[in-house]
Design a protein around this ligand. Structure first.
Ligand SMILES: C[S@@+](CC[C@H](N)C(=O)[O-])C[C@H]1O[C@@H](n2cnc3c(N)ncnc32)[C@H](O)[C@@H]1O
Length: 186
């Protein structure tokens, strides 16, 4: 399906972004052990949070983004940079208790490939560290990254702390974007 059609489908279903279909497909293949306490990193405009709370209405979802996000019933949102996650008291209280960390974080691209690759790599490493610190044992982790020269080393970094590390390129992800998702179990 073309990207515009995914966007249209999302709109018809009341979702804020077509990114929901990426998460839906990943979850159907990489099945987390539990989906009850979720950390959604890079959550705005809120498609993934909407999807989680709709499918798992009893879950607790904490969402972070540097941008504002319109409120969603059942979601605790914090306008914050992931760098400062340890300053968010409500989230810090649940350290080691999240069973799913999802990250769709993507940096603003400069168009200069070397700089963009470094920015993505740094953000992904911050995200991996957050997942290690906040997930419980056996918790699941899903993270957006990009196909570039750092992908192999990123995957190796993940394999040091996570089992069953896999990559997914969901159908709703634009082919030319280079975006890909790494998943693992702590
Ligand atoms: C592709 S969008 C996420 C879409 C979202 N998953 C959805 O379903 O609507 C990526 C988000 O990452 C956020 N982001 C980028 N850098 C960030 C950072 N350092 N800390 C927190 N969020 C960040 C951006 O502001 C942007 O909203």
């Amino acid at each position: 399906m073309h990207a515009d059609n995914w966007a249209h489908k999302a709109k018809l279903m009341g979702y804020r972004s077509r990114a929901v279909f990426k998460l839906e497909e990943i979850l159907s293949k990489f099945k987390p052990n539990k989906i009850t306490t979720i950390l959604d990193l890079g959550s705005a405009p809120g498609g993934w949070s909407q999807f989680i709370i709709k499918k798992y209405p009893k879950s607790q979802v904490f969402a972070i983004d540097t941008l504002d996000m319109d409120s969603i019933k059942g979601i605790k949102f914090f306008k914050e940079n992931i760098e400062n996650i340890n300053d968010i008291e409500d989230i810090v209280k649940l350290k080691g208790k999240f069973d799913l960390v999802i990250s769709d974080i993507a940096p603003n691209l400069t168009g200069i490939s070397a700089i963009d690759c470094e920015n993505i790599f740094d953000l992904n490493n911050l995200t991996i560290n957050a997942a290690i610190n906040f997930l419980e044992a056996n918790g699941s982790f899903i993270m957006k990254t990009f196909q570039n020269n750092n992908l192999k080393s990123l995957r190796k970094d993940m394999e040091l702390s996570f089992n069953i590390v896999q990559t997914y390129k969901p159908a709703a992800s634009k082919k030319k974007s280079g975006e890909i998702y790494l998943c693992g179990v702590k």
